[in-house]
Design a protein around this ligand. Sequence first.
Ligand code: MF3
Ligand code: CO
Length: 279
Amino acid sequence: MFQRERVEIKTADQIRLMRRAGLVTAEGLRAMGAAIRPGATTAELDRIGRRVLAEHGARSNFLDYGADWGYPPYPGVACISVNEVVVHGIPGGRVLEEGDIVSIDFGAIVDGWHGDAARTFPVGEVDGASRALSKATRRSMWDGIARIRVGARVGDVSHGVEASLRSHERPYGILREYTGHGIGTAMHQPPDVPNYGRPGKGPRIVAGMCLCVEPMATLGGEDVAELDDGWTVVTCDSSRAAHWENTVAVLPDGLWVLTEPDGGRAELEARGVPFASLD
Ligand code: MF3
Ligand code: CO
């Protein structure tokens, strides 16, 4: 579906616009995350996402997604996926309970440029295995991002994610059906960025690319199924899942993580990766 198009290379000014979309995305995730508590519904969180978009004059890239190719139009501005729901959970009446984990995937369009990011949040006190799953998934996102540099290949990034998730004593399921992606004037662009792969393989990374790295991992197997609503993706074994995502701009002399308030500086520097920004 994506590979017919070409990779979109952005100018510095275009990446500055993408940073604005990235910061709205980050702010929406922060605001929704702050509202998580036992008793909240996923629809309530979606409404907070809508408010943040409106406050910033941004549009949603999730709402009505799919309509263009005859798919049931996505009805929310966020995907809110609880426990065994891996991705694309539709906001609604589900009530959050103490001990749940909630993955929120959210995006924004500013002046035609897209941001896309996801975080997994605990609801109150969460068991150790779920906490470790979210932490490992988050870490694999950063370890994958840390492999992005001019001249590397997408397979280096994919391998970075996979190796990170496999570095734990406990085995995690790694989703194969859903991948990261290029992003820019559309939310989903080439190249695909799988969460498993071989170093040295895949498209070459060049300055001006923007990539979403988004590992999805489970406490059980990697088989998933889509519910009849055409969206909700659940684990076949009902094991819990986590999902973390950031939008990353490749600059000539380093990375700028557009959907992190600090631009990714702390996590990149912790990994010896040059941080760059166009501020
Ligand atoms: N933002 C998701 C991703 O990370 C996709 C969302 S699908 C939508 O690629 F329908 F909800 F928009
Ligand atoms: Co994405």
